[in-house]
Design a protein. Sequence first.
Lengths: 303, 360
Amino acid sequence: MEQVIGNISVLAAMPIFNLGLLIDGLLVGSIFALAAYGLALVWGVMNVKNLAQGDFIMIGGYITWTLGRMGIDPLLGVPVAMVVLWGIGWVLYRTVISKVITRDLFTSLLATFGIAIVIQQGLNLAFGPDTQSAHANLPTLSFAGGLITIATTRIVGFVLAILLAIAVILFMRKSRMGQAIRATAQDSRAARVLGIDTEKVYSFTFCLNAAICGAAGALVVMVWNVQPFLGTTYSIRLFVIVTAAGFGNLPGVIAAGFGMGVFEQFGGFVLGAEFQQALIVLLLLAVLAVRQLQQRRVRQAVQ
Amino acid sequence: MSRTSLHPLTMGLLLLVGIAAPLLFPAYTNQVAVLWLMIVFASTWDILGGQMGYNSLGNIFFFGAGMYTSAVVQIGLFYDVGMYTSGARTTHIVFTTTQYFAGFALGTITGGVAAALLAVATSWIVFGLRGPYFAIGTLGVAVAGAELMASWEWVGAAAGISMPVFPGAPDTQKLFFYFLLFGLAFVVLVFLRWLYATNFGLAINAIRDDEEKAEAMGLHTRRYKRTAWTIAAFFLGIAGAIFGNMTGFIEPRDIAFPTTTFNIFMILMVLLGGKGTFWGPVVGAVVFHVIKEVTWTYFLGWQFIALGLLIVIIVVYFQQGIVGWLMEKYPERFGIHIAPKGKEEPASAIGLAPHPEGAK
C-alpha cells in the first residue's frame, strides 16, 4: 500500500513522468487499437465473438520471433506473419467457423475458446513456456535529460500500426470486397439477394482479421514480449476495448484502444507489473457494469 | 419422464452403486471420488447452462471461493492465518483429531455459505448481461478471483496453502473423502430432481425459452436467476471445501480457480451428455471422466490439445449430446409422444386451402 502511495506521489511531484507514461501508453495502444479493430470487424460482420483473437496475436509474435532467431530482421516478420495467419484463418474458417456461424452465440464463443486452448497448448509444446521477445536493432531515444526514454521500436510499431489501420480502412471504403463486407454487416440476407457471395465475404473477413492479428503479434513481440498463455489476456483486453466502444463504432474502438494502452501504463507504474492481469479483468467487470447501468436506463439488457 | 416423481428406484440404484464402488474396486477409490465431483460440477453447471439458458464460463469461481473460505476457517480457528501461510515451508503444524474434524465441518459449511453470498453479490454484476456478454463477464469474475488470490499474501498468494493433514491412515482418508463427495453428488441429484419438478424449474425453463415473455407474464426473472446462481454456488462451494482438503494443498491458478481445466470440463461434460436434461450431465460426466482417466496418460503432453479439439468437435458436430441424441432417436422411451401423421382433419374439410404448405 505504501508503495502505491509512493508511486502516486512520484507522479504528482514529477509531471514529466506522466508525459513519458502517456507517450508509451499511446504507442502501445496503437497495437491494441489495430487488433481490436479486427475483433470488431468479425463481431460486426459475422456476429462471432472470437475468443482466440489474443492467441492469433501470439502466433504472429512467435512467427516473428522464429524469424528473428534465424537472423531475419523482425520488421520483415510483419508481412510473413500476416500471410501465415491468413492461411491459418482460412483453415479455421473452413473447418470450424463456417459451421458455427449460423448457430447460437454461445456455440461460436465456445468453439473459439476451444481453438484458443489448442493454440495455447500448441505454442507451449512448440516453444516452451518462457517469455520471448525479438529485438530490432534500433536505438532508444531520450528526452528531457533522460527522464523520458522512448524505444525507437515502439515508434516504428506505432507508425506501422497506424499505416496498417489506414490501409484496412481504405480497403473497406474503396474496394469492391470492402463494400461487400459492409453490405453483409448491414443485412446479410439482403446482400445475398443482391448477389453477394456472403460465404466468401465471411471467409475473407475471418482471414483478414487473422492477418491483422498476425501483424499485431509481430509488433507485440518487438515492443513487448510473447508467452503461450498471454493470449487470454489479450483476448480479454480486446474484448474490453470493443465492449466499451460498441462494435459498430470504429473511431470509438480506436480511441478505446489508445485509452487501454495509457490505462495499463499508468496502472502498471502505480501498482506494479504483477497486477497487470488483475487490472485488465477488473476493468472488464467495470466496463460491463457501466454498460449495464446505461442499458438499464433504457430498460434493456446488454446482449 | 414425469415431472413429479423422484424416481426412487433409479436413485436407490445410484445409492447402491455409490456405496458398492469403493468396496468392489478399492484401487480406484480416488478416481471414482473425483467422478462424483465431476457429476456435481456438470449437474450444477446445467442448472444455469441447460435449464436456464445462461451459459456461464465462470462457475469455477465458487469452487475456489469455497475452497479458500474453508481453508481460512479451518486454520483461523486455531492459528493465525498469516503466520500459518508464511511459516508453512519452515514449520510443520499438526492439528489434533478434534481440531481437524471440527474445523473441517465448520469450514465446509462456511465454504458453501460464503460461495452462496458471493453469488448474490456477483449477481448484481452479471445478470444484466445476456448471451456472450454473460459468458465473458462470468469468465472475468473467475479470472479476477484467481488473480486476487494470487496476489493476496495473507492467504499465501501464488504459493498457496498446505491444508491441515488428515489424522488417520491413508485408506481411511480415501474412504472418508470418497463418501463425502459421493454424498454431496447424491444430495445434489436428489435436490435437483425435486427442484426441476417444482414451479421454480418451470420458471427457469421459461427464462431459457424466452426471457422477455417470461418477464411479461409476471415472473421476477432477476430473482429466479439469482436464486439459481446461488444454488449452484452453494453446492460448488461445498465441493471446493471438500476437494481442497482431499488434495491437501491449495493454490489459486491451477487448483482453486482452474479456468482451463475443471471450469471447461463442466461445460464439456454437459454438452457431451446433453444440455438441459436431468441425466445428461451425469452421463456426460461418467463418459468424459472414464475416457479421460483411461487415455490421459497416453497423450504425453498433448492432453490439452486433445481437450481443445474435443471441445471444438463436440460444439460443432454433436451439440445435442448423448442423452439429447437418444431423445431424438427414441422419443417414446422418454415419454414424448409425437402425433402420427395423417390423423388430423383433412385441410379441405375445415375450409382451408388443400395444400397449406404451398403458401409458405
